[in-house]
Design a binder for this molecule. Structure first.
Ligand code: SF4
Length: 688
């Protein structure tokens, strides 16, 4: 039995692998304290991707007839070295971009930032977490001086007496977490779910608030308005542990319930009931996720929920507080170790002279040689073919996961040179000039950091299939082929992790005291953990916040309309999300037979009155159009969605791709695109 973790979401369920030859069977690890043996269907079927007949087992190179044909590693690396030298010689070092992912292990995420800045010398490096966690991260840093998704263990949920869950459908996206909500209910706790849809999670709730997509800040301000009126805020906590409350009090004065109902569609009596539940709670907890965060106002939305948690005096108290439910498998660790355009390892800022000096010493390079901040993910992709002429992609399927996806696919197809490392020929890999076969989750060792900030060890159970290699080995091999080998020779992932520990030492996300041995012994170690004697930090903020004065900051924020509101031409709102049996861009899960049977194709959920008005019936094909493109999807007529809103999952490629429609309007602070709301029109395309 090999004890390891699921390859998919940030819950990082503990698993045990029974391995015979290349046959792998997965079961839940009952001793792992986060999932306690439970897995969802994605975890149960994870081994189906390992020896899948579509696995890439050799490099592929595009030939003179424009076909991707098998090649040796030497040929692939030689082609990369030649083209990169030409592009950088003609257009400068930052003309080569690097795009990473939130599923890469900490070791790979760390090495990816080093590969970009040291081997390539480019400022243009970012990753798909910009599509996922960036708004919560930016808000958390503003309010608390640190970004760790959950500043407490997930088990705290069970002991909270009132949870407000905003924009999360965890019953489908990470079902094993429901055991903690069920325990919370058994302990007589209340659950309030804020979501435009009555999802399976909302069905489980004490109270569902079906808001208009994009109106989260109005609802949060409305709740704080009521709590102030009810005398339910914790003035002593506010006085002793925070700053900026007076401005917030003045701002929320304008959010009386009738007005909030007009903006958000949440009924006045439901808002009052929610405020009473939160106000009476001794251990209130507020959790946010992508529904509230993937908006052009995502940072502000999160700040309003943090205001609420601070006003209740909840943050830093056991079994209470604010937290963000991270999405991607290593969404937490992936945002700490330097694959972001503005960041160096340990959550250091790339424009901080002390951080640059520290990293220059770790990397053994001149401080001036480390490039400055580059473009954020969508901004880099939107300049492909102009400022960025060649791109390396590791662990990301941009053609399916980027907003305004048709435009991104056009740009990717037109650049000088595209290199993609992946397990399968994803829609993005299919456009590449060179495709490199990557090892999969059970074929390599490395650390992941789950949604609690607990650093975990994923263990290799079998050798990579065919000629597939770990992404770390691939980056090192490219650095050597480019003639820039210094700092890119490692015995294995443990040696990369040791360098990561030195790199993060003294930073906000300090891993210096974490070792593979400790992780195994302690079932994970929570960062910050500055020394091997330090116990790790399961709970943050008990006594002070890591801000200069030790206090948390309130931020006065007003509701603002979404970047694209419905009008006569595009009268409905589209919101997007995930379903139980698929994961992210579907590169893996769309290839698993058992998952494909459960979720075979794209669909659009429409309320019965809207469907009737549009002449649509169940299983019709609908055409969904925005100013950016159109998609075709199977109609599901459901009474669990608002009549002014339609929903599509974003896992599917081709005609059913939801991201052909989504709006790339960016949050001004986090640069997060507005995936969760845009204006659409829907019409009948036919039946099939
Ligand atoms: Fe894997 Fe997430 Fe499902 Fe757990 S909840 S089995 S980590 S996909």
């Amino acid at each position: 039995m090999v004890a390891t973790h699921c390859p998919y979401c940030a819950f990082q369920c503990g698993t045990e692998l029974a391995v015979r030859g290349r046959e792998v069977r997965v079961r839940g690890d009952e001793t792992f304290p986060v999932n306690r043996g439970a897995l969802c269907i994605k975890g149960w079927t994870a081994a189906d991707t390992l020896d899948h007949r579509e696995r890439l087992t050799t490099p592929l190179i595009r030939d003179a007839q424009n076909r991707l044909v098998p090649a040796t590693w030497e040929q692939a690396l030689a082609r990369i070295a030649t083209v990169v030298a030409r592009v950088q010689g003609e257009h400068g070092r930052s003309a080569v971009g690097v795009f990473g992912g939130g599923s890469l292990t900490n070791e790979k995420a760390y090495l990816l930032g080093k590969f970009a800045r040291v081997a390539l010398g480019t400022s243009n490096v970012d990753y798909n977490g910009r599509y996922c966690m960036a708004s919560a991260a930016a808000a958390s840093i503003r309010a608390f001086g640190i970004d760790r998704g959950l500043p407490f263990p997930v088990a705290d949920i069970a002991r909270s007496d009132a949870v407000l869950l905003c924009g999360a459908n965890v019953a489908e996206t990470m079902p094993p977490i429901m055991q903690w909500f069920e325990e919370q209910r058994a302990n007589h706790g209340a659950l309030i779910v804020l979501d435009p849809r009555r999802t399976p999670t909302a069905t489980h709730a004490t109270l569902h608030l079906p808001l208009v997509p994009g109106t989260d800040a109005a609802v949060a301000n409305g709740l704080l308005h009521l709590l102030l009126k009810m005398g339910r805020v914790d003035h002593e906590y506010i006085r002793e542990r925070t700053t900026g409350f007076d401005e917030v009090r003045a701002a929320v004065a304008a959010y009386w319930p009738e007005r909030v109902e007009r903006i958000s569609g949440v009924r006045e009596q439901d808002l009052v009931r929610a405020a009473r539940i939160l106000g009476r709670a001794k251990r209130p907890m507020i959790l946010t996720a992508r529904g509230s965060e993937q908006q052009s106002q995502g940072v502000n939305n999160v700040l309003t929920f943090i205001n609420l948690a601070l006003a209740l005096g909840a943050v830093g108290r056991p079994n209470a507080g604010w937290g963000c439910l991270t999405g991607q498998g290593n969404g937490q660790g992936g945002r700490e170790h330097g694959q972001k355009a503005d960041q160096l390892p340990g959550y250091r800022r790339i424009d901080d002279p002390a951080a640059r000096a520290h990293m220059a010493a770790v990397w053994g390079v001149n401080e001036q040689s480390i490039p400055g901040p580059g473009r954020s993910a969508y901004e880099m992709l939107a300049r492909l073919g102009e400022e960025v002429r060649a791109l390396f992609v590791f662990g990301s399927n941009l053609v399916v996961s980027s907003p305004n996806a048709d435009e991104i696919a056009r740009r990717l197809a037109a650049i000088d040179f595209l290199v993609v490392a992946d397990f399968f020929l994803s829609e993005t890999a299919a456009l590449a000039d060179v495709v490199l076969p990557s090892a999969q989750w059970a074929e390599e060792t490395g650390t992941m950091t789950n949604l609690e900030g607990r650093v975990l060890l994923r263990r290799a159970a079998l050798a990579p299939l065919g000629e597939a290699r770990s992404d770390s080995d691939i980056m090192c091999a490219i650095a050597h082929a480019l003639g820039r080998p210094r700092g890119f020779t490692f015995e294995g992932p443990a040696e990369i992790f040791d360098e990561l520990r030195r790199a993060t030492a003294g930073g906000v996300a300090d891993y210096a005291g974490i070792t593979y041995e400790r992780i195994e012994r302690e079932r994970g170690v929570f960062w910050p953990c500055p020394s091997e004697e330090h116990p790790g930090t399961p709970r943050l903020f008990a006594e002070r916040f890591p801000t200069p004065d030790g206090r948390a900051r309130f931020h006065a924020v007003h509701h603002q309309a979404s970047a694209e509101e419905p009008d006569a031409e595009y009268p409905l709102r589209l919101t997007t999300g995930r379903v139980l049996a698929q994961y992210q861009s579907g590169t893996q899960t769309r290839r698993v037979g058992r998952l494909r049977e459960l979720a075979p194709e794209s669909f659009v959920e429409i309320h019965p009155t809207t469907a009737q008005r549009l002449g649509l019936v169940e299983r019709d094909l609908a055409k969904i159009e925005t100013r950016r493109g159109s998609a075709t999807a199977r109609v599901r007529v459901v009474n669990t969605i608002r009549a002014d809103t339609v929903f599509m999952p974003f896992h599917f490629a081709g005609e059913g791709s939801a991201n052909k429609l989504t709006n790339p309007a960016l949050d001004p602070i986090s640069r997060m695109p507005e995936f969760k709301v845009c204006a659409v029109r829907v019409s009948r395309e036919g039946t099939r």
